[in-house]
Write a protein that binds this ligand. Structure first.
Ligand code: ADP
Ligand code: MG
Length: 292
């Protein structure tokens, strides 16, 4: 590849909202056989909303939500914002916790007005010794609807199952379809619940799902996809995604995401439209065949 022809390709891509941080990416993209996407904030808008709240016997819905929002007020996770906004919308008073702890990939805990609260995924409840079986049916239904089931425990007792839903970006389905048209296998790598991830994947026609991946497990998931010498591109937006973006053959960051994600990526999709990744691959193939 001559430097001039690469420069032409890079300029054309910029018009499509695709920013090449590294010129080599234009060459590397043509050989990509698998494209893997992070879910939250990449395939979806990254703005989850509370959709369901069901309390266990002896708990009051408004009180549970207020306590949950008090601890989540200290977290920066998109799920946290959804829960705080839901409590505010209901006019609930959100107290300041006396203690707070965050467990990446699992949930948050704290003390609010002397009461101990924990909020998070089923695996977090399991760590804390809570059996979520009473909510199994509800959680399965919520997951199948593409919603993320979370649990709240108060003073050592399981208190509620809560669901948040994050809408799929309007352009995502078309992007996945076009990826298939280019002959690529499409995968998802997410920390979210398996049922939720599979429901979203089904709606989008995604071929392979790696769910319930811990924040430090995304690199291993990318390496699994690389098995047999397959060339893998990974698209993500979060702090958690940075190592996977760096270890993929081509890392593509979603603009507006974490700075460290952009810094670890070869390509940036500035507007967050995943069709930009399709354009980038098409452009790479066209540019490289022109050079040859
Ligand atoms: P993702 O952003 O893909 O969901 P994370 O690793 O950030 O991946 O989180 C994995 C799961 O842990 C979330 O889907 C959620 O169930 C739970 N979790 C993480 N942070 C929080 C939080 N602040 N409040 C409640 N649950 C959380
Ligand atoms: Mg994300």
């Amino acid at each position: 590849a001559t430097p001039t022809s690469i420069m032409v390709g890079v300029g054309r891509a910029a018009e499509l909202g695709v920013l090449f941080r590294k010129g080599e990416a234009l060459q590397a993209l043509q050989g990509v056989q698998v494209i893997a996407f992070d879910k939250t904030g990449t395939l979806t808008a990254g703005r989850p909303e509370l959709t369901d709240l069901s309390v266990a016997d002896g708990f009051d819905e408004a009180e549970v939500l207020a306590l949950v929002a008090a601890v989540e007020g200290q977290s920066e996770h998109p799920v946290a914002r959804a829960l705080v906004e839901a409590a505010s919308a209901r006019g609930l008073t959100i107290a300041r916790p006396e203690a707070f702890d965050s467990v990446p990939g699992k949930g948050v805990a704290g003390v609010v007005a002397g009461r101990r609260i924990a909020v998070g995924a089923d695996r977090y409840m399991a760590d804390l010794g809570h059996d979520v079986a009473v909510f199994a049916e509800a959680a399965a239904r919520l997951g199948d609807e593409g919603k993320t089931p979370l649990y709240a425990a108060i003073d050592g007792r399981l208190a509620a199952v809560i669901a948040v839903a994050d809408p799929i970006k309007p352009t995502t389905a078309a992007a996945i379809q076009a990826m298939h048209g280019l002959g690529l296998k499409v995968a998802m790598i997410t920390g979210d619940n398996r049922r939720t991830a599979e429901a979203v994947a089904r709606r989008l026609g995604i071929d392979e799902v790696h769910a319930e991946v811990m924040p430090d497990g995304k690199v291993a998931a990318v390496n699994t996809l690389k098995a047999g010498g397959r060339r893998v591109a990974f698209v993500g937006d979060g702090v958690n995604d940075a190592p996977a973006l760096a270890s993929a053959d081509v890392g593509m960051a979603v603009g507006g995401g974490a700075d460290v994600a952009v810094e670890s990526a070869d390509v940036v999709l500035t507007g967050g439209d995943l069709r930009g990744a399709v354009s980038a691959i098409g452009l790479s193939r066209a540019t490289m065949s022109n050079i040859r």
